[in-house]
Design a protein. Structure first.
Length: 349
């Protein structure tokens, strides 16, 4: 099926559901290849389905489609149609050049790793933001808020944590806390996560591997035994406010990792008071910096990561409880767009 895109003249249709108002929205999404996503679990697809239901027009981009020419952010955009069909969930049009600033909103949903190419992408999207598009989450925030390092801005919410390149300091941290979790700063999905006990003979090689013999920063955290029964819990925040339900990832009996990608079991339950408190400590600060969709990872009442790059968990929670998470996010986006519209004309250069 072919779709045409005319830069600056995408079709607009009325879209309802934004706090009772109606507005036309042109929504772009930057994501990993859509043909390779997991249909039943992909949060980005949930967002796109909800947006299309509201009549928002969709365009699709990958990182390779983005460019910056003479200070203007461009993309080879393809019109996108999505369907709730596990066998055939999308159709794409032919790529056409367009100024990214002419989109109303761009969802940045490229998964980590957060590498140099990811940083370059945020530069292009920041220009798109300056030229008129609302980018969710905000590019500057994506650069500033490493998901593991940024926990240091909220020490009252976290268990003992050390970020260092010094392997002796890591060893001393282990001796003090008896059991620790060791992770790289750029990973996702449970990759390269190690759990060490005080007398573990693998201690030296783990520290050497994670720091490249002291040449890279890595993170070590006190091991929280509550993960065995309670799991690693994802608390989703929309515009700073927590959802009423959370997703706990219970590790397999033979594994330490509370990640669905590593085989953990998903359990959806109502949010607890401690989790609401953590969200109240962190959520407003992130919302003020343009981070509209955030996932806190919580173990034993402590935040271990603040996920701002393509958080997931929508489909699992929506499957268990009748809550329209994607719709709530679109409401928040619609409110931001309405506020920007009321503030005056958008930038064009």
């Amino acid at each position: 099926m072919a779709f045409g895109i005319i830069p600056g003249n995408l079709p607009r249709e009325c879209a309802g559901g934004i706090r009772g108002s109606y507005m036309s929205v042109r929504l772009g999404v930057v994501m990993d290849p859509i043909d390779a996503i997991k249909y039943a679990k992909d949060s980005t697809l949930a967002m796109l389905l909800a947006a299309q239901t509201r009549g928002w027009s969709l365009v699709y981009l990958e990182q390779r489609d983005l460019s910056l020419r003479d200070g203007v952010a461009w993309g080879r955009a393809r019109a996108l149609s999505v369907k709730a069909d596990p066998e055939h969930w999308f159709e794409l049009g032919e790529p056409q050049p367009m100024r990214l600033g002419e989109l109303d909103c761009i969802l940045m949903r490229k998964d980590p790793p957060f590498d140099t190419e990811y940083i370059y992408t945020t530069y292009i999207l920041e220009k798109a933001e300056q030229q008129g598009a609302l980018v969710v989450n905000r590019p500057r925030g994506l650069r500033d808020m490493n998901e593991k390092v940024y926990t240091a801005w909220f020490p009252q919410c976290c268990a003992p944590t050390l970020i260092t390149r010094d392997m002796d300091d890591m060893a001393a941290f282990l001796q003090k806390h008896d059991k620790i979790v060791c992770k790289p700063l750029h990973g996702m999905g449970g990759r390269s996560i190690f759990v060490l006990e005080r007398q573990d003979k693998n201690m030296a090689v783990v520290f050497e591997t994670l720091t490249d013999y002291g040449q890279r920063f890595a993170i070590v955290q006190q091991y929280l035994p509550q993960i065995v029964e309670g799991g690693d819990t994802r608390v989703l925040l929309i515009d700073g406010e927590p959802l009423p339900y959370v997703l706990s990832r219970i590790p397999l009996p033979h594994d330490n990792r509370g990640n669905l990608a590593a085989g953990a079991r998903a359990v959806v339950r109502p949010i607890e008071e401690r989790e609401r408190w953590l969200a109240g400590q962190i959520g407003p600060a992130l919302a003020a910096q343009g981070m509209l969709f955030v996932g806190l990872d919580v173990i034993g009442g402590f935040v271990t990561e603040i996920n701002v790059t393509s958080p997931t968990g929508i489909r699992e929670i929506e499957k268990e409880f009748r809550i329209d998470i994607a719709g709530r996010l679109l409401d928040a986006i619609g409110q931001r767009l309405a506020s920007a519209r009321d503030a005056g004309p958008r930038a064009t250069s």
